[in-house]
Design a protein around this ligand. Structure first.
Ligand SMILES: Cc1cc2nc3c(=O)[nH]c(=O)nc-3n(C[C@H](O)[C@H](O)[C@H](O)COP(=O)(O)OP(=O)(O)OC[C@H]3O[C@@H](n4cnc5c(N)ncnc54)[C@H](O)[C@@H]3O)c2cc1C
Length: 383
């Protein structure tokens, strides 16, 4: 395949992953981003690279491929990446039952994780709440990145290393016959175009989204002040509530009982899709979340009750030297009902690629590699 002009719309993690994958193959890449710097879902997340949450098989392998790409970015671009792993904590018998059932099959399914006793958990993290703690599941595949600084640092590195051009403050308003037109009337012609517009279904190719079954999901998040005295949490921490959120635990029969108990005991958590997790930035702030509200339930106004419920559950799960909340925000991602990403081609050699759901930081580099491999091999942009 000869080297071509590639245009990418959107400088979130999905657009950056495609820019890198195309440039690695020798293409001449330009990325268009409507804001001065990406400020969508990709800078609003936990920064958890979370392979353990993916179902076994292709998805888990793709997540590990992305993990390797983040480590390469750390080495080559100086992006801060903490190879911290994760612990799912169990404070209830049914949570511990799910972790034990998962750990028993995890090795055969290809996961790299093991059970920790209560004492082993407390040795690995000062952040676990010891009250009622039964044990945990440690996985060594999770990474922590600081989304705000990482998404800002990748474009200048891609520009230096591969000559990728970035057109910030450039909103693409139409694409016709591979000609991109911006809101200020400028035009560019490309051989191939990839639209990575995140949860914007309205601006480009709205017909391609109609009927695709994509949902938008809003998540509320918080961040503490920098923890005092250089305190570090160690691995990412996740709750028993999290076990009902990620697909990897769906192999556990004991999950049904846990889901029923939560629905009966704390229906308010199901109402707002709350499960709680914590990660820590290089600066020392702890990122806390999250909730899930879909489509018609999404309001521009955040709900104080959601933050209160998350803090209630987080305080059962973890201990922090300082619970002072410095920032609150929400983010919105697009999600496909069954696939890890939505890929469609509304025009020849124009591809829309979005809806990485709650796993865009985990999956995007691997997904982009898969798409570019198929596009180069048989001219079909598939994942
Ligand atoms: C609160 C929250 C927590 C999360 N936590 C995690 C996590 O810990 N780990 C994980 O793996 N995933 C997580 N995710 C999911 C992850 O953040 C998303 O899957 C991912 O960021 C989506 O990336 P994107 O590039 O598709 O979208 P975005 O980051 O939204 O980027 C899309 C970009 O396209 C630009 N754009 C759109 N239309 C145009 C146009 N016409 N012209 C020019 N530019 C345009 C936008 O300005 C935007 O910058 C989380 C998501 C949220 C919201």
């Amino acid at each position: 395949m000869s080297h071509q002009e590639v245009a990418i719309v959107g400088a979130g993690i999905v657009g950056l992953a495609h820019a890198w994958a195309a440039a690695r193959r020798g293409h001449k890449v330009t990325v268009f981003e409507r804001t001065p710097a990406a400020c969508g879902a990709s800078i609003r997340n936990f920064g958890m690279v979370w392979p353990i949450g993916q179902p076994t098989g292709d998805s888990y392998a793709t997540a590990l491929q992305s993990r390797a790409a983040w480590l390469e970015l750390s080495r080559e671009a100086g992006v801060w990446v903490n190879d911290c792993g994760s612990i799912h904590l169990a404070h209830r018998d049914d949570e511990w039952a799910v972790l034990r059932e998962f750990a028993a099959v995890a090795g055969n399914l290809g996961y790299s994780c093991r059970l920790l006793t209560r004492e082993e958990v407390l040795q690995r993290t000062p952040g676990a709440n010891p009250n009622g703690l039964l044990g945990g599941l440690f996985s060594d595949t999770e990474l922590c990145v600081n989304p705000r600084t990482a998404i800002g640092a990748i474009p200048p590195w891609l520009a230096r290393r591969y000559g990728i051009a970035f057109e910030f403050n450039t909103s693409i308003t139409s694409i016709e016959d591979r000609q991109l037109r911006s809101a200020d009337g400028r035009t560019w012609l490309a051989d191939r175009v990839i639209v990575c517009g995140g949860s914007d279904f309205e601006t480009l190719f709205p017909a391609a989204f109609a009927g695709a079954g994509l949902k938008r999901c809003k998540l509320q998040m918080m961040r503490t002040v920098i923890q005092p005295d250089g305190w570090r949490i160690g691995p990412h921490l996740a709750s028993g509530l999290t076990l009902r959120h990620y697909k990897n635990f769906a192999v556990c029969q004991s999950l049904t009982q846990l889901i029923e108990r939560i629905a009966h005991e704390t229906p308010e958590l199901d109402q707002y899709g709350i499960h709680v997790m914590a990660s820590q930035t290089d600066q020392g702030e702890v990122i806390l979340g999250d909730s899930h509200e879909y489509d018609a339930d999404i309001s521009p106004f955040d709900k104080a009750v959601i933050d209160e419920l998350m803090l209630r559950e987080l305080q059962k799960l973890i201990r922090l030297p300082s619970w002072t909340i410095a920032q609150r925000w929400h983010g919105i991602y697009a999600k496909h009902p069954s696939e890890p990403v939505f890929v469609t081609s509304p025009q020849p050699r124009v591809v829309v690629c979005t809806a990485t759901g709650g796993s865009g930081m985990t999956m995007s580099f691997g997904l982009a590699e898969r798409l570019w491999t198929s596009w180069e091999a048989d001219n079909q942009p598939k994942i």
